[in-house]
Design a protein around this ligand. Structure first.
Ligand SMILES: [Cu+2]
Length: 368
């Protein structure tokens, strides 16, 4: 058996980077509510977070044995600065290459455009190396959220694991429909161009849940794919697999972040508080800028406004957040899921803030 030393090296490197890169980009947990079981849709996490996804599918053989074969798949990834994710996939019971049942892939993914940052679409690219196919694979994906619907399309270039040198191409598409803040329906299909014998259209369907009060999401799913690599996700077979996926974001910023930024701030003079009176639910009289919290991040991370503008934050997450000034000049207290909070900024300056329960969530308001 080949020892995937490069995988371990990449892993260690990723973990080290994640531990070191404690940027102020804020945390963005992977949410299964934003992607179907077999498409990543340009998700890159956030700098300084480590991600562990555990996907477990099983196959039941026919009667009378009804033997259950377990097929666990792991994703370990680290968010880096510049909207980049490095990671690895480890899939057991792969059927890609003979005598290589445990398939490995190391990858780098970059999000060139993000709708959450004002772009019309999410555009991302991924390149990686698959140790079972012994070749490089790539994917470009395009996604757009429109109301409760998020649609994703992807094109892939794959090395051919069976005949040396030939490139293969695959197309994939799918989406999620958010039924509520905690619940989404999802599905996708993928196909290799010019499928060969034994290669079926790959598909998956899932019910996705956000676990209230936590950054975790859970998917209960069915699919006919064997491995969570780009190779595996492009090939279906005749075996239906059932299972679940559980996403575990490990927010390293929480433990490794700069302590200076979290030190208790001096209480501002009473006059500063009086100058910014409109923290109430009363409708503001001046201009209003909208911001929010989504997937454990303030969106947008930095908002620039004219003095006299009211910023209205909407909590789009299934858990409570706060908008708390780093210097103590304003504090929303806990804003429940789906609720809004407003603050009017009357004095020009740069106001940094964080979330009290999730100190790795950071935002800035620039008042001109
Ligand atoms: Cu929070």
């Amino acid at each position: 058996m080949k020892t995937p030393r490069a995988v371990r090296a990449a892993c260690a490197l990723g973990a080290a980077c994640a531990a070191l890169c404690t940027s102020a980009a804020g945390g963005r947990a992977q949410s299964l509510l934003d992607r179907p079981p077999n498409l990543s849709g340009g998700w890159v996490g956030s700098s300084g977070q480590l991600y562990f996804n555990f996907m477990h599918r099983f196959i039941a053989s026919g009667a009378p044995e009804r033997k259950v074969t377990n097929v666990p798949t792991f994703t370990l990834a680290a968010g880096l600065p510049f909207r980049t994710l490095v990671g690895m996939e480890y899939s057991t019971n792969s059927n890609l290459a003979p005598r290589y049942p445990n398939e490995w892939e190391v990858f780098v993914r970059h999000a060139a455009l993000q709708q959450d940052r004002g772009a019309p679409v999410d555009l991302a690219g991924q390149v990686g190396y698959n140790f079972a196919a012994e070749g490089a694979d790539g994917e470009v994906s395009l996604a757009r959220r429109q109301g409760p619907l998020r649609l994703i399309a992807a094109g892939r270039v794959l090395s051919d694991p069976f005949s040396a040198g030939d490139r293969r191409f695959a197309l994939a598409g799918g989406g999620t429909l958010r039924v509520s803040r905690y619940f989404a329906l999802a599905g996708d299909v993928a196909t290799l161009m010019e499928r060969e014998e034994g290669e079926e259209v790959a598909w998956s369907a899932g019910v996705h849940l956000a676990i209230p009060g936590t950054p975790h999401t859970l998917s209960i799913q069915a699919s006919n794919t064997a491995a969570y690599t780009l190779q595996g996700l492009s090939r279906g077979d005749k075996t239906r697999r059932y299972g679940f996926e559980f996403t575990i974001p490990l927010t390293l910023n929480r433990w490794f972040g700069s302590s200076a930024e979290r030190a208790p701030a001096p209480t501002p003079p009473a006059a500063a508080q009086a100058a910014a009176p409109a923290d109430s639910a009363a409708a503001p009289t001046g201009p209003v800028a909208r911001a929010g919290m989504r997937n454990l991040a303030f969106v947008p991370g930095t908002i620039t406004i004219q003095a006299g503008t009211t910023v209205e934050w909407t909590n789009n997450d299934p858990l409570s957040h706060s908008v708390t000034s780093d210097n103590g000049s304003f504090d929303s207290r806990l804003i429940g899921s789906g609720n809004k909070w407003r603050h009017t900024f009357t004095t020009p300056g740069t106001y940094t803030y964080h979330c009290t329960p999730h100190p790795f969530m950071k935002g800035t308001v620039v008042v001109r």
